[in-house]
Ligand binder design. Sequence first.
Ligand SMILES: [Zn+2]
Length: 151
Amino acid sequence: MSQLPRVLVDAMLGRLVTYLRMCGYDAVYSPDEELESDDALHEFARAENRTLLTRDRELAARARDAVLLESRDIEDQLAELDAAGFELELPEEPRRCSNCNGRVEPVAPTETTPEYAPTAAETDIWRCEACGQHFWKGSHWDDVARRLAGR
Ligand SMILES: [Zn+2]
């Protein structure tokens, strides 16, 4: 398994956090942890040894380990991360829940799946250990793969 840096993503980068999780990053989204002050963000990043991703110049300057993103646009943000050396590729199998950052585990073909998901007998399904959300490589997965490859 590759060594992806653990990251803390600040509140202005809500779309990016989904992409990072889909790429297998352990990516904490600051509003999920109710990190509202700059001090709280810095403390959390330091305690958990996470790289801070932010659009806030001052915040980035004060962090021990941070990447400052300048763009508002998701595609440009991905390009900036790529330039900063981040690996942006979908893994063979999903690893992280795009909703909550929990680890995902494969669902056995004999297990039942919720209404919104295909059956595990017809396609590979993963379930988040933390929130129970089910995932499969559907059209959304393909869209993200295309967008990441298109840069
Ligand atoms: Zn989850």
